[in-house]
Design a protein. Sequence first.
Length: 270
Amino acid sequence: MTRARAHAKINLALVVGPRRPDDKHEVATVLQAVDLRDDIALERGDELSVEGFEEDTLVRGALEALARKADVEPAWSVRIEKRIPVAAGLGGGSSDAATALRLANATLAAPLPPESLHELAADLGADVPFFLASGPQLATGDGSDLSSLALPVDYVVLVVLPDGQRKDSTASVYRSFDGRQGDRDFETRRDGLLHALGSVNIGRDLAALPPNDLASSPVSTELVRLGAFRADVSGAGPAVYGLFEADPVARRAAGSLRRVGPTWLARPVG
């Protein structure tokens, strides 16, 4: 049995544009993996089985898609040890799916090449390919076109999941975005993100990146008050993150915000 870590992600910036002909939206987003993680264990089996997380559909669907693509039987046994909060904007399900894909592909007599695996991952979800990549990425197009970024990792991440908040459906979040005409001046805002990225040398420089276009939270303001140099919602939320220069400051903030909801301290994965 082989094992691998399935890391969570945060969106260090998320700029959203108009609806595309394929009914998806143009985006420009900075994706950073953090060491909050699930663990995935996989081995060849007599049939496809996924244990440890009853709500899973993504891992099973990913492995069925891999089997079809590789023209083999979907015969793997998978166990998921879940730590990343579900439906929080942290990409846990996508990370699990990508990690299982990578592990299962390695068991094949003729593994799919990276390009084919990326294409398969993109069909599963726009952010699944990110979890096959290494290091921070700029994701454009529908979110599956990736370009590597050299970003600093000299900071601590505090993730907060406000009590009582549930993630709205992706369709609902984008309907709300369209309803307020959020796509206005997309190219200008995207160019602003790219310009800001060009000036990032140390962690604190990430404060200049634009805020999330899809979601906001009063918890972000509280994180800044407690010492974060940047705070924002990850993805469509509801998880909120703060970036801190010093571990003790982040820990004090975590203690203060436990009244808001569960907290996790993490480090960026370079």
